[in-house]
Design a protein around this ligand. Structure first.
Ligand code: AMP
Length: 586
């Protein structure tokens, strides 16, 4: 049998890993869960935490916890976690490594190959960063596919009739829409559009702003200056948002949020769904504008669409379904859990690469136009930066195109090549994604032919080369927004750092040694609860009798939940104890 390739959805908020077995794609379950929150943290003892435990500690230790790292992928930036700096790739690698272990535990053998999904609208730098994260995690990323495409594969694998689908994917941090044609097992993406910085996190932020404004009005306190209170408000805002998907009103209560001028501040306010929908209206409108751009890109109109597939947790927001119904006149599909179909589609793609028996073929497109600049005419005037598109938006992947250019000066020895992404006729109004020089050209009159080839691979990564036609002299680059790219040494250092965090730099086998908190060999939620208990015990001597009683009761409840293996009781009690400790410490 071929080596197993896993399918991974590396989400802004949550991640999943899936596999195809007996012709069926399914999400791998771990500790009775299918979803791993994309949150990474460092605990009191310097151990790495990934998933729910990290998310729980975010409230108490925001400075030791990182979430929504996907939003920073591809940027030349870093985050600080427990006083150490990490590049976004390293944090993503920690999440990937955890998913790798989950899959290895399930199949009982080491795994090192994966298909990872990325938003269709991810730029080249973001794709490169994702691939690097895979490498750091010890995974060979055999293919990256677009998230909406993966979702279409997941649905399309079961379709027999020809259909045109619109995949509307709104996650925590990104929005994508794709128009997909499914016919006789061929999934063909006709067009894609989206926004890399639009998602449920923005909805949360609207509620956070609403709560902060209320605190400022009511008490004159600027909550932005109190990081722990802000972390609590952030959690309260997301909870309120989730509840508003099912209820028309929510009551938001956060007791002892902070102390201001000697007084405790309690937050208590109601938010209605109608008011919330007004807060997020501009975002929803922007997504619908993108839907129309994607339709236009596919040369279709709304009535040509047979089905709408909802992907991403944020599509549970009722107004989204309503607005799509208004636009298209029928109900969107969401029978496959919108959080899971992307990873399941990635596993289907993995199985296809592996030659497993799956009756589907995938044809994907690029959501961007790529080109270069040249001396030309723009708006009736000579202009040195006229945009020359080479690979057009919605071209089928892989795509390889060559264009000829000419030197403009006699004896010109070098040419500077700039690569842009965008559609504006003025190259400078597009995004410059790469630049290089080709030097040592022949000493000939102007008009020396330079051919330029843009090659966009199946992963959506762009390879560029320029060649002096007469001599064959060539220069090529892989577009990487050089600043954020790891060189080999940096990659291997990052790999070691991440391995070290998992406590396995002794080279032992990853699949049986890198569990979170493997030393105790117990559930991460239990280890986290025990840490919280020891923290609470340290406080017992310094607090009032009343607080002491609260602490003791909660410690007892947590211990009972651990003994009874009561996961949901443990979560509630741990959250309560976290809140009390936060209040006592602040
Ligand atoms: P994803 O990136 O696909 O995992 O989507 C995560 C986003 O979906 C986060 O912003 C969540 O807060 C949001 N989300 C999850 N469940 C719901 C829900 N029931 N209603 C609204 N948003 C949700």
């Amino acid at each position: 049998m071929n080596e197993i390739i896993i399918g991974i959805d590396l989400g802004t908020t949550n991640s999943e890993v899936a596999i195809v077995e007996n012709g069926q794609s399914h999400i791998i379950t771990f500790e009775n869960k299918k979803i791993l929150p994309s949150v990474v943290g460092i605990d009191d003892e310097g151990h790495v935490l990934v998933g729910e435990t990290a998310r729980n500690q975010y409230l108490v230790y925001p400075d030791r916890t990182v979430k929504s790292i996907k939003r920073l992928m591809g940027q030349d930036t870093h985050v600080v976690m427990a006083d150490k700096t990490y590049q976004p790739q390293e944090i993503s690698a920690i999440i990937l490594k955890r998913l790798k272990t989950i899959a290895e535990d399930y199949v009982g053998q080491p795994l090192d190959k994966a298909v990872i999904t990325v938003p269709a609208y991810f730029s080249d730098a973001q794709r490169q960063a994702t691939r690097e994260a895979g490498e750091i995690a010890g995974l060979n990323v055999v293919r990256m596919i677009n998230e909406p495409t993966a979702a279409a594969l997941c649905y399309g694998a079961a379709q027999s009739e020809a259909k045109r689908m619109l995949v509307y994917d709104l996650g925590g941090g990104t929005f994508d829409v794709s128009i997909v044609n499914i016919d006789a097992g061929v999934v063909e993406v006709l067009s894609s559009h989206g926004d890399n910085h639009l998602g449920g996190d923005d909805f949360d932020q609207q509620i956070i702003n609403y709560l902060s404004d209320h605190l400022l009005d009511q008490y004159g306190v600027n909550v932005d200056l109190h990081s722990k209170a802000l972390a609590r408000i952030t959690r309260a805002a997301e909870n309120a948002k989730l509840r508003l998907s099912d209820e028309p009103f929510v009551q938001i209560d956060e007791e002892y949020l902070l102390e201001y001028e000697g007084n405790p501040i309690h937050l208590s306010i109601e938010l209605s769904r109608v008011d919330y929908e007004e807060m997020i209206q501009d975002y929803i409108n922007a997504t619908l504008d993108a839907v129309h751009i994607a339709l236009k890109g596919a040369k279709l109109i709304a009535s040509d669409i047979d089905e709408i597939i909802l992907v991403g947790g944020s599509t549970r927001t009722p107004i989204i379904r309503e607005r799509l119904f208004d636009e298209f006149g029928f109900e969107p599909h969401s029978e496959i859990n919108p959080d899971l179909c992307v990873a399941m589609g990635a596993a289907i793609q993995a199985a296809m690469i592996n030659g497993q028996n799956i009756d589907t073929v995938l044809v994907d497109v690029t959501p961007y136009t790529y080109g270069t600049s040249a001396l030309g005419e723009l708006y009736g005037q000579n202009y040195p930066y006229m945009y020359v598109p080479i690979i057009h938006k919605n071209s089928v992947l892989p795509s390889r195109k060559t264009e000829a250019f000419y030197t403009v000066h006699d004896g010109q020895e070098s040419v500077n090549v700039s690569i842009y992404q965008g559609e504006d006729p003025d190259a400078l109004a597009n995004v410059q994604i790469g630049e290089f020089n080709i030097e040592g050209l022949r000493d000939v009159p102007a008009g020396n032919v330079i051919t330029m080839t843009l090659d966009l691979d199946l992963n959506g990564i762009l390879h560029v080369s320029a060649r002096e036609k007469a001599s064959g002299k060539e220069k090529s680059i892989v577009i990487n927004n050089a600043i954020s790219r790891f060189d080999n040494e940096a990659l291997s250092n990052a790999k070691q750092r991440v391995q070290h965090l998992f406590g396995q730099n002794d080279g032992s086998r990853a699949w049986d040694s890198d569990h979170e908190n493997s030393a105790q060999n117990e559930k991460p939620s239990v280890s986290a609860a025990r840490q919280l208990i020891s923290k609470a015990e340290n406080l017992l001597d310094t607090v009032s009798n009343e607080d002491k009683e609260d602490l003791i009761n909660l410690i007892e409840t947590i211990n009972n939940c651990i003994d009874a293996d009561d996961d949901s009781g443990l979560t509630t009690a741990t959250e309560q104890l976290t809140d009390v400790i936060y209040y006592l410490e602040s």
